[in-house]
Design a protein around this ligand. Structure first.
Ligand code: HEC
Ligand code: HEC
Length: 333
């Protein structure tokens, strides 16, 4: 029975439904501004610019598209023990990747040469300095993999990364906005499904949820959006930056790793991203037609959203992300 799904998913109910209306202030921001050279900058820059391919969370043999960053660090530390030499070597490679500069023949063989991309030099410097100065996140398998081959346990040496209070504050605020909005929308959606069924809930999502999201935005003085790589409502199409973060989250979620929000601060604004993951309840409207979605619901969906791309999901998949922008909390340092 379709409705038995609902009771077991009550606790996992994430919101769904509609987004606030589109506004024009959603220009894709320029990649990271030059802010003060603080620790968190190098870390955040690395996560934003390099984790698309160097993510520590992607499975070892799965859909990895590049070596985890700790592998890069380990190989470069082997050849360059001095900070400046290490940083320069990384910068030189990123500036123009080539086979004669490689320290990682195996990776080149497996993944192909790193594609040349335009990264601002001062940002790559910060990333490389961060990699040298701090322990960076590494996948569980890496240690034994490296130790078996090299027997050197200092491959990820450095200070333990500290998070600044401002960063912690921003992260908590972003999570608060996302979870409160999810609660409000989820409560209404769930109530409608329980009392009136999936079709009525669909009408609710289509017509009534966005004023709620909107009022949450007003309430928090934040711009709260849900966006997707496969949107139902074309207004919820993710932009390039958001698409990259969706890929990062997908890799983390499918590897079963814990997921942290991604934050970027720029001109006094915090850009906050966090995944929205499916549970079985969502499949009533986002699952496989026939198998999860009744023909009647599917028909209404096709009428309301002729360009619907948001079907075919299973449970525990990244359906989209929260993309929230708000004023940075005051720095405490
Ligand atoms: C589009 C995917 C992609 C992105 C984004 C990316 N890399 Fe890479 N990178 C790769 C691949 C694939 C390899 C392995 C092949 C190779 O070594 O060229 C690699 C290897 C490297 C290496 C080792 C090169 C060698 O062979 O000695 C360094 C250093 C590096 N990346 C730095 C970075 C930094 C820093 C960033 C972020 C600013 C970054 N990469 C972003 C794909 C990427
Ligand atoms: C009753 C049907 C229904 C259920 C159940 C449902 N959704 Fe949706 N969902 C919709 C509709 C309709 C939209 C499009 C709303 C709009 O027009 O903005 C949508 C949109 C979304 C969006 C915005 C991106 C997009 O595709 O437009 C996300 C993210 C989302 N749903 C996630 C979920 C998750 C996660 C669940 C389960 C917790 C879920 N939904 C359950 C009907 C549903």
């Amino acid at each position: 029975m379709r409705f038995s799904l609902i009771s077991i998913s009550v606790f996992f109910l994430v919101l769904s439904c509609k987004q606030g209306p589109k506004t024009s202030d959603e220009e894709v921001p320029e990649p990271i501004a030059q802010t003060t050279p603080k620790v968190v900058d190098g870390k955040v820059l690395m996560e934003n610019q390099c984790y698309l391919c160097h993510n520590p969370s992607a499975a070892q043999n799965g859909q990895r598209i590049g070596p985890p960053m700790v592998a890069v660090k380990a190989h470069y530390l082997e050849s360059y023990q001095e900070r400046e030499a290490f940083v320069n070597a990384i910068m030189a490679f990123v500036k123009s990747p080539s086979e004669d500069k490689t320290q990682m023949r195996g990776a080149v063989r497996r993944f192909g040469l790193m594609p040349a991309q335009q990264f601002p030099e001062n940002e790559v410097r910060k990333i490389a300095e961060y990699m040298f100065d701090y322990q960076i996140e590494e996948p569980e398998w890496f240690k034994s993999h490296w130790m078996d081959r090299k027997g050197d346990s200092l491959y990820n040496r450095g200070k333990k990364p500290e998070t600044s209070q401002a960063e912690t504050g921003a992260k908590e605020l972003g999570m608060h906005y996302a979870m409160e909005t999810k609660k409000v929308l989820g409560k209404n959606l769930m109530g409608t499904i329980q009392n009136e069924g999936v079709e009525a809930a669909l009408a609710f999502c289509n017509e009534r949820a966005y004023p709620l999201t909107d009022s949450m935005s007003t309430n928090f003085h934040a711009r709260i959006k849900r966006v997707s790589d496969k949107p139902r409502n074309p207004n919820n199409q993710a932009n390039d930056i958001e698409l990259a973060h969706i890929e990062t989250f997908k890799a983390q979620v499918s590897a079963g790793n814990s997921v942290e929000p991604i934050l970027r601060e720029e001109n006094g604004k915090v850009f906050f991203y966090y995944p929205i993951v499916t549970n079985t309840m969502c499949l009533n409207c986002h699952g496989v037609p026939e198998q999860h979605i009744t023909p009647k619901v599917y028909e209404s969906l096709s009428q309301l959203y002729p360009q619907d791309r948001a079907t075919g999901y299973g449970p525990d998949e990244v359906r989209g992300i929260w993309s929230i922008v708000f004023d940075a909390p005051k720095k405490m340092d």
